[in-house]
Design a protein around this ligand. Structure first.
Ligand SMILES: *[C@@H]1O[C@H](CO)[C@@H](O)[C@H](O)[C@H]1NC(C)=O
Ligand SMILES: *[C@@H]1O[C@H](CO)[C@@H](O)[C@H](O)[C@H]1NC(C)=O
Ligand SMILES: *[C@@H]1O[C@H](CO)[C@@H](O)[C@H](O)[C@H]1NC(C)=O
Ligand SMILES: *[C@@H]1O[C@H](CO)[C@@H](O)[C@H](O)[C@H]1NC(C)=O
Ligand SMILES: [Zn+2]
Length: 722
């Protein structure tokens, strides 16, 4: 629609040019000029669009699909699965697991909550600040979206502006890492004699709303930053005393922000200041002290904030609007350093080996799931001539449930009958970008009699057509090409001709064809309640089906779903295409991905042995090349070190063998499908069962009569998008 409005002025210009040409008694041959000019303008206007289309085109036809697409030629027609939107790598949630706490039940403790609105605290002058070496430790629970920088604590010089940055700062700041702005913990220090500040930062982003233990130390020579007891950064750039005895009166330690209002938002607990640099072992033991405070204070400890009487140590800033609040918290320590990252050639948490192992191990993760799908069947205005027959729909439905129900997945059918002759009588092209029609190069996926052979691009032009007249009130098929302005419009004039057979002009509203995206845009079907099934014709190159990956951004909107060729639907011997495409929709790759769908033998997805991390990310499908014999492929030329392949999964639904050979999914594949049904497609299921937790609960600590269990939150769309 948008495209048409852009093109409208150009169309008018062209019509005028064509009319002028006609007045001069021009023939096809002469009109060619204006046609060309027009095409050039159009192409310029659409350069960007075409570039995007070209990318998608490459993804569809390259034997090496871009990651996140899955497209291959299929001997019995073609099957492909291409996400219209490029691959998006969702950020996998990282997690840290508790390692080092006392093992006693987490006690309720007091934390300071800073709203980030200037509610800062200043350490009272009576407290003697360490001058030559120090350690600051605290438990923090920062909120998301901090200021940059956000200062948790800092030592400043209040006497003169020029010396203000002498001291140290602990906080969060964004650093630029490979073009991304990454918010991380930092520790900066500028000693008494230093010329400039040194800043060291955590090796990765801070996690919002999670408790973390931070420690920074300086011993007169080395500055160090510890996160959860691990040393993550160090620098030897600063030396000597932090400040001289003379400037002691100028020094002020602030908590929750600084004079520039670079305020921190979140909790601070167990803030402590030491006059030595604690070593790592001591820091680990300090962390364990969270729940039972030391009875006899250690001599090097300047103070440890227990918040029993905040005002004895801290005073609010002069013009501070309010004090931070004291809240009771019971944080269970910090989290261990296991993460649910997908492997290098995976996409989501469902590609994580631990998660799939959980789905394999625990039958309850694979409990029975009912999933809705919707078949879009287009009729003419009189409710005749449907795209597919009732029998086809029913037979396919039966086959679908026969294939999936052994794996606890059953399908609930809805049929949407659309009565619209204007849609029914048009060719729906499965994978041809309309802008490629008449673009001067033959695109096989657009080559069809009803596109005028790609607007003439796929047709060798004979000179005989030069003698034919255009715009003579008759549709001359010999002039019906882009380079002759599609016979000056005669072939797209419904008064003159049956435009559903002759209108090839991609710019005409009467054209004989639509692409699937246009169909989806017209129908605007909700993709969040059902898996939508559309039918489309392919061009001369047979295409059996296209599916949307669960990680595509279209997965749950009207542009997602599956597109099938009606001749591979509900017909005996041709029912496994839909099963295969649904496999893609539920996150399955081809079983030959690790051999035939890689860029080179160095591709991270190259599969040398069955693996959770390479190839189709299933450990129970042996490496296999693409082939269609019902058996192991015959030994052949060397393929990335393979000469022959044994025990290949040729009877798997995700192979390219025929219906009479394919009959099963493997347990790892079933685990993946269940995982994606939980992660992405819960809204397709009528009964909303609570999603499982991603991995089985684990005992992470034992102490006396207590054990500590830990598990991930349930996986759902929310988990996915984090
Ligand atoms: C189907 O679900 C039940 C529990 O609801 C489970 O015992 C069974 O193993 C599951 N079957 C498969 C194939 O996963
Ligand atoms: C049929 O579809 C076309 C194109 O979407 C639309 O313009 C027309 O209004 C529809 N006709 C009916 C009867 O719904
Ligand atoms: C285009 O399709 C026709 C059949 O409709 C075929 O004969 C021709 O070879 C095709 N052209 C190309 C270049 O693929
Ligand atoms: C595909 O093309 C055939 C023949 O032109 C036609 O019968 C069929 O209805 C078309 N199907 C779709 C979905 O366009
Ligand atoms: Zn496929």
């Amino acid at each position: 629609m948008q495209r048409r409005s852009v093109l409208l002025p150009l169309l008018l210009v062209c019509a005028a040019a064509a009319a002028a040409a006609h007045a001069g008694g021009a023939e096809c041959g002469l009109a060619e000029r204006s046609g060309r000019a027009r095409r050039d303008t159009r192409q310029a206007a659409q350069r960007q669009q075409a570039a995007a289309a070209a990318q998608q085109h490459a993804a569809l036809h390259s034997p090496y699909p871009a990651p996140g697409t899955c497209a291959t030629r299929l001997a019995r027609g073609r099957r492909s699965s291409a996400g219209a939107g490029g691959p998006e790598a969702p950020r996998a949630p990282r997690r840290r697991r508790r390692a080092q706490e006392g093992g006693e039940q987490p006690a309720v403790s007091r934390a300071l909550y800073f709203r980030g609105e200037g509610d800062q605290l200043r350490l009272k002058a009576e407290v003697e600040l360490p001058r030559d070496a120090f350690t600051v430790q605290a438990w923090l629970r920062p909120e998301g979206g901090q200021k940059t920088p956000a200062v948790v604590a800092g030592l400043y010089d209040k006497c003169s502006y020029t010396t203000r940055d002498r001291g140290w700062v602990l906080g969060i700041n964004t650093i630029s890492d490979q073009g991304n702005r990454e918010p991380r913990f930092f520790f900066s220090l500028k000693t008494d004699r230093a010329r400039k500040v040194t800043t060291i930062t955590d090796h990765r982003n801070y996690l919002a709303n999670q408790w973390v233990h931070l420690a920074v130390t300086y011993d007169g020579r080395l500055m160090k930053l510890y996160v959860n007891g691990a040393q993550v950064a160090t620098s030897g750039e600063q030396v000597g005393n932090i400040f001289s005895p003379l400037t002691l009166k100028c020094k002020v330690l602030m908590l929750g922000g600084n004079a520039l209002n670079q305020n921190y938002r979140g909790y601070v607990e167990h803030f402590s200041l030491w006059r030595t640099a604690r070593c790592q072992k001591e820091i680990l033991s300090d962390m364990a002290m969270v729940t039972h405070e030391a009875d006899a204070p250690l001599p090097q400890l300047v103070f440890q904030e227990t918040l029993l009487n905040v005002k004895s140590i801290w005073s609010p800033m002069k013009d501070s609007p309010s004090l931070p609040q004291i809240e009771f918290t019971s944080h269970p320590g910090y989290l261990l350093d296991t993460s649910l990252d997908p492997p290098l050639c995976g996409q989501t948490v469902c590609d994580n080996k631990e998660v799939i192992a959980s789905y394999n191990k625990l039958p309850n993760f694979r409990h029975k799931k009912v999933v809705r799908y919707r078949v879009v069947n287009i009729y003419d205005d009189h409710h005749h001539n449907p795209t597919v027959s009732r029998e086809q729909i029913e037979f396919q439905h039966q086959q679908l449930n026969d294939a999936f129900s052994p794996y606890n997945i059953t399908w609930e059918l809805e049929v949407l009958e659309v009565k619209n002759s204007s849609l029914r009588h048009r060719l729906i092209l499965a994978n041809c970008e309309i802008s490629k029609i008449g673009d001067d190069s033959c695109d096989p996926e657009c080559n069809h009699t009803l596109t005028g052979y790609d607007g003439g691009d796929c047709r060798h032009m004979r000179h005989s057509s030069f003698n034919k007249k255009k715009q003579n009130g008759v549709c001359d098929m010999d002039c019906n090409f882009e380079r002759y302005s599609f016979d000056g419009g005669d072939c797209c004039n419904p008064e003159i001709t049956d435009v559903t057979k002759t209108c090839f002009d991609p710019d005409s509203p009467h054209r004989a064809y639509l692409d699937v995206k246009e169909l989806k845009n017209r129908l605007q079907l909700d993709g969040s309640t059902h898996l939508n099934i559309f039918f489309a014709n392919s061009s001369e190159e047979e295409l059996a089906g296209v599916a949307t990956w669960p990680w595509d951004k279209e997965a749950l909107v009207h542009l997602g779903g599956i597109v099938l060729n009606p001749s591979f639907y509900g017909i005996a011997g041709h029912t496994h295409t839909m099963i295969h495409e649904i496999g893609h929709s539920l996150g399955l790759y081809h079983v030959f991905r690790g051999i035939s769908e890689i860029l080179s033998c160095n591709d991270p997805c190259m599969e040398t042995e069955p693996s959770f991390e390479t190839g189709d990310l299933c450990h129970d499908t042996n490496p296999a090349p693409k082939h269609k014999t019902c058996g192991d492929p015959a030994p052949g030329n060397d393929m990335c070190g393979f000469r022959s392949f044994q025990d290949t999964p040729f009877n798997n639904f995700m192979s390219y063998t025929d219906d009479d050979c394919t009959n099963s999914f493997t347990p790892n594949q079933v685990a993946r499908m269940h995982c994606y049904l939980d992660l992405v497609y819960q809204s397709w299921q009528p009964v909303k069962k609570p999603a499982p937790i991603a991995i089985t609960p684990q005992i992470v600590d034992r102490m006396g009569t207590f054990i500590t269990l830990e598990w991930f939150p349930p996986i759902d769309r929310h988990f996915f998008e984090r």
